[in-house]
Ligand binder design. Sequence first.
Ligand code: ZN
Length: 136
Amino acid sequence: MRLDHIGIAVKNLEDSMRFYGEVLGLELEGVEEVPEESVKVAMFRVGETFIELLQGTSPESAISKFIEKRGEGIHHIAMRVENVDKVVEDLKGRGAVLVYDKARLVSKGSRKINFVHPRTTGGILLEVVERVGQRD
Ligand code: ZN
C-alpha cells in the first residue's frame, strides 16, 4: 500500500487549477469528468503522488454536499493497492466500514475504487484505488 493521492474538494476547478499549476508550479497530469461520481477532476503530480482537485458537477454530488457542509478542503486520501477487491475483503474482515458494497470501476475502466468510511479511520474518508492496467 502506498499513498496514491490526496483529494481536495474545490468550488471552482479552473480557479484552483490556476493555483496548483501556475502558482505552485505542479505538473498537470490530466483533467477528466468522472460521471460515475458526478465530479470533474484535475490531477497534479507531486513526485510519486498526486493532488486530485475535485469539483462536483451536480448539487447531489458528494463533493458539492461536502463543500456545502464543511467548505473547501481535504476530502479524502487515497491508498494505492494491487487488488482492490482483495484489500476490501480483508478490511471488512477486520471491521472496517466500506462505502460501496463492491468496488466501482471508474474513469473509463482505468481505476477501481472503494472508500472506507471516516467512522473507522479517525475522521478521514479513505479511498482504496487499483490502477487497472497501470498507467504510470
Ligand atoms: Zn480520489
